[in-house]
Design a protein around this ligand. Structure first.
Ligand code: DGL
Length: 286
């Protein structure tokens, strides 16, 4: 069903456990500059990637309900962990508001790029435990060979701003030594950054993997999926709309601004961030 003009002017809601999803905001803004974006970083509860499925599902539900309460026309789950553990639940809960995750777009990008059909997925422990990327890739290429490797410490490095340097190199080297040492025929030709924080560690990850492995992430393909959905549902913002970004976090505005600017690709200050509490007991939601 096509949506009305009023609805098309509503923002796109985007959430992540912290600042990492700003890489997705960056890609959506580049592709759809006249869309209004409402970003929620659940910085009070980051990381999601080491939490149980029940906790991640609960947190994701709180974040989604909060954004829907603000009035959004579409939700992007810009967190691989929440996409892997809570996407179906969120789709049912939010219908008819469309919900787009980042796992399927990332899988599609990898399948497009791979010649050898050997894929490596780097993600958080919670994401790899669900094998969500494996299932998404096999749906697109049933003959693919997929290996999922948990690299949760990359999240802490990115959050700390230690994206390059000897510590990042050492951590990447430790996680990926087994891949680099393999024979050519056993090596993947594509590595998926299955966590929104990992694009910031592109240099150390690329060095540790060695040559011949293309690194892909889901931000650009997720942005394309957003455009397709908006077009199909008649929800795209009118051409006279200016677009913009509203940033909301659940804790630590100063830290969010300091670390988040690198993810978003432009500087912003603590004053640009609204702090909120999204726990149902504090917001009146159920
Ligand atoms: N944003 C999460 C993801 O994409 C990683 C950070 C976390 O562990 O919360 O998986």
């Amino acid at each position: 069903m096509k949506a009305g003009m009023e609805q098309s002017r509503l923002p796109i809601g985007i959430f992540d456990s912290g600042v990492g999803g700003l890489t997705v905001v960056h890609a959506v803004r580049d592709l759809l500059p006249n869309e209004e974006l409402l970003y929620l970083g659940d910085t009070a509860r980051v990381p999601y990637g080491t939490k149980s499925p029940a906790s991640v599902q609960r947190y994701a539900t709180h974040a989604a309900d909060y954004l829907v309460g603000q009035g959004i026309k579409l939700l992007v789950v810009a967190c691989n962990t929440a996409s892997a553990l809570a996407l179906d639940e969120l789709r049912q809960r939010l219908a008819p508001v469309p919900v787009i995750g980042v796992v399927q777009p990332g899988a599609a990008a990898a399948v497009n790029r791979s010649s050898s059909q050997r894929h490596l997925v780097l993600a958080t422990e919670s994401t790899t435990s669900q094998l969500a990327y494996t299932r998404a890739i096999l749906q697109l290429d049933p003959d693919a060979v997929i290996e999922e490797l948990p690299c949760s410490l990359f999240v802490a490095l990115a959050e700390e701003g230690w994206n390059t340097g000897p510590i990042a190199d050492a951590v990447a080297g430790q996680y990926l030594a087994g891949i680099r040492e393999r024979s050519d025929v056993e090596r993947p030709d594509v590595a998926i950054l299955g966590c929104t924080h990992f694009p910031l560690l592109l240099g150390p990850i690329g060095n540790a993997l060695g040559p011949g492995i293309e690194i892909v992430d889901s931000a650009t393909t997720a942005a394309s999926a957003v455009r397709e959905e908006l077009t199909a549902s008649g929800l795209a913002a009118p051409e006279d709309a200016n677009g913009g970004i509203r940033l909301i976090a659940t804790d630590g505005a100063a830290r969010f601004a300091r670390i988040g600017s690198a993810f978003l690709g432009c500087e912003f200050a603590a004053d640009d961030i609204e702090l909120t509490d999204i726990h149902p007991a504090d917001t009146g939601q159920t």
